[in-house]
Ligand binder design. Structure first.
Ligand SMILES: [Zn+2]
Length: 578
């Protein structure tokens, strides 16, 4: 744990002291809080069993919630405690157990009393526990959702009350395998809901009763847009509800440019931005080399930039972090009260993924990466959040292998097309396992403003956009540069993040000195200016240039302007004043 002292009370005392010091600097402390994983060892020396049975601090936590430790832990149908391995062996706390929730509340109170301002929970997992508490909770959920006839017909359960589940295949994180039964799919949804309900009861209900302004966050894992991320099965109205910020691991680097790998988390960030509805987020990339690039990627996509792995003890790391953070502070108007002015919407096929269509995620990922490499200004839109007002702001919408949309949403799409929007449909819509829901989507094939792209032909998607959507912003830039655009009242901001680096020179990846960026040159932008507006000034600002601004000359052709972008070291912003 890298604590400066050992012993529960000594560590708590040390933590209180640290908290006071941090508060004196007007900063806040967020503590990590384990929801599930507890360490177990051979012979139980110094592990959770040892703590629970021999070192439980009554004075801090009150009496133990139960003398039987197994009542706290995830178990299989036969009652064996489930053990998983991740560096070390773990047992898992079962959040269906009232004793577990009671224990976690007591622990949370100790943390808050010690002066924490916030809590981030990690290992937000569930391991197919089939303990009596989970049996009862899953039954309650099923009884609420289905009639006795439906239970019998759909799952072969004739008497729910006496039924015993051999397994409850709710895995967080996870995605059902090919042979999963309808009950397994149901268990996935239940476990996502049950986890959030327990989280809400402990952190939001109890935690905020103790401290109404308690900052609450979760640390989850996205990898490279993984279909199994912790919240994939959570109903969208519960997604992040009541939480203040979001941390996702993923988008790992470094680069492998010969293999066309920028080591970027751009698509991840756009997904998280969409799902969090604009709340702060961090993509934890587990990389201490490309500090400039990681901060730039985070803030250019609407997040906070990197938090962990920013090695400020390294002289180069300190210089990079301080210059970038100073830049962000000085130029906060670039990030605040702005809205994305993307031209294309890439729909995230959440319903289809939840309906069992793995391919939808693959097509989404491939299409997204291609749009990023080809400098298309796009937002990710969760299909469940597609509404009229949002859709109509885009020039084109891309549906990547979308199998399910509600009839309601299809009516918006009709209007979108009628008003001149272009719909690009990749794959075979409405041909999946739930055809009844897709009649409206199927009839789109007839419309003129729909381009149907078979398979995953991303080149055709890009070609179609430039051919059929006049007026899109055109960037001349290498694929290693990513772009994003935002607008404010009298401004357009275009962010450029450069991923090109000298991989030979920085091959040791020892630290921030090995970032070795290679300047991107000869960048050119051709952009349409909103009707009735004129350009007053264009300047380029960059944290790589000590915040020095460079004025940019532009030429006008009708409603469009063209200009060259000064060479981009890692991160530059073009500010167009209207
Ligand atoms: Zn359980």
């Amino acid at each position: 744990m890298q604590l400066p002292v050992s012993g529960q009370r000594q560590a708590l005392l040390a933590q209180r002291k640290v908290n006071r010091l941090i508060h004196r600097e007007s900063l806040k402390v967020v503590g990590h809080f384990q929801m599930v994983n507890v360490i177990v060892t051979e012979g139980h020396k110094g592990d959770f069993y040892d703590f629970y049975e021999h070192a439980w601090p009554d004075d801090l936590l009150g009496p133990r919630p139960t003398p039987d430790i197994r009542q706290l832990l995830q178990r299989d149908r036969s009652g064996n405690v489930i053990i998983r391995r991740h560096y070390v062996d773990y047992a898992g706390l079962c959040l269906s157990s009232p004793y577990t929730r009671q224990m976690l509340k007591k622990m949370l109170k100790v943390a808050i009393d010690a002066g924490l301002d916030g809590i981030i929970t990690n290992y937000n997992y569930r391991w197919s526990c089939a303990c009596p508490y989970c049996q009862a909770a899953f039954k309650k959920y099923l009884a609420r959702k289905y009639t006795a006839e439906q239970l019998s017909e759909k799952f072969g359960i004739s008497n729910l009350e006496t039924y015993v589940f051999d397994r409850i295949a709710g895995e967080i994180p996870g995605y059902p395998d090919e042979n999963a039964t309808p009950l397994d799919w149901e268990a996935m949804q239940w476990s996502a809901i049950a986890f959030k309900e327990a989280f809400d009861e402990i952190l939001i209900g109890y935690g905020r009763k103790l401290k109404p302004d308690l900052i609450i966050a979760t640390w989850n894992h996205l990898g490279e847009m993984s279909i199994a991320e912790e919240r994939m099965f959570l109903p969208i109205d519960m997604w992040g509800r009541g939480e203040n910020y979001f941390w996702y691991s993923g988008g790992y680097g470094p680069t492998d440019l010969k293999k066309h790998r920028a080591g970027d988390g751009w698509l991840n960030c756009l997904y998280i931005r969409e799902m969090t509805g604009g709340k702060p987020f961090v993509l934890g990339k587990y990389e201490g080399v490309r500090l400039r690039n990681s901060i730039a990627e985070g803030v250019a996509t609407g997040g906070c930039g990197m938090g962990l792995y920013m090695n400020i003890h390294d002289p180069v790391g300190f210089q990079v972090c301080s210059s970038y953070l100073n830049f962000l502070r000085t130029h906060r108007y670039v990030y605040r009260n702005v809205s994305s002015c993307s031209e294309v919407g890439l729909v995230f096929p959440r319903r289809s993924i939840l309906a069992g269509r793995r391919l939808s995620m693959d097509v989404f990922r491939k299409t997204g990466r291609s749009l990023i490499d080809r400098h298309v200004l796009f937002d990710v839109i969760a299909d469940e959040r597609m509404d009229r007002q949002r859709i109509l702001q885009y020039r084109a919408l891309i549906l990547p292998d979308i199998e399910c949309l509600s009839d309601f949403q299809c009516r918006f799409l009709d209007e979108f097309i009628e008003k001149g929007g272009l719909l690009i449909v990749i794959g075979k819509p409405g041909m999946g396992e739930t055809p009844a829901r897709n009649d409206a989507l199927r009839q789109f094939k007839q419309a003129a403003r729909i381009v149907h792209v078979p398979d995953e032909d991303t080149d055709t998607v890009i070609g179609t956009l430039s051919r059929f959507v006049p007026g899109l912003t055109i960037f001349h830039a290498p694929w290693t540069v990513r772009v994003a655009a935002y607008s404010a009242r009298n401004r357009i901001f275009i962010h450029f993040v450069n991923y090109d680096r000298d991989e030979d020179m920085g091959k040791n990846l020892r630290g921030p000195a090995d970032e070795c960026p290679v300047k991107a040159e000869n960048l050119r932008v051709d952009i349409r200016i909103p009707e009735g507006r004129v350009v007053r000034d264009i300047r380029c600002i960059s944290p790589d240039d000590e915040g020095q601004e460079v004025h940019v000359r532009w030429s006008t052709a009708g409603s469009r302007i063209q200009f060259d972008v000064p060479p981009v070291f890692v991160y530059s912003i073009i500010e167009i004043k209207l």
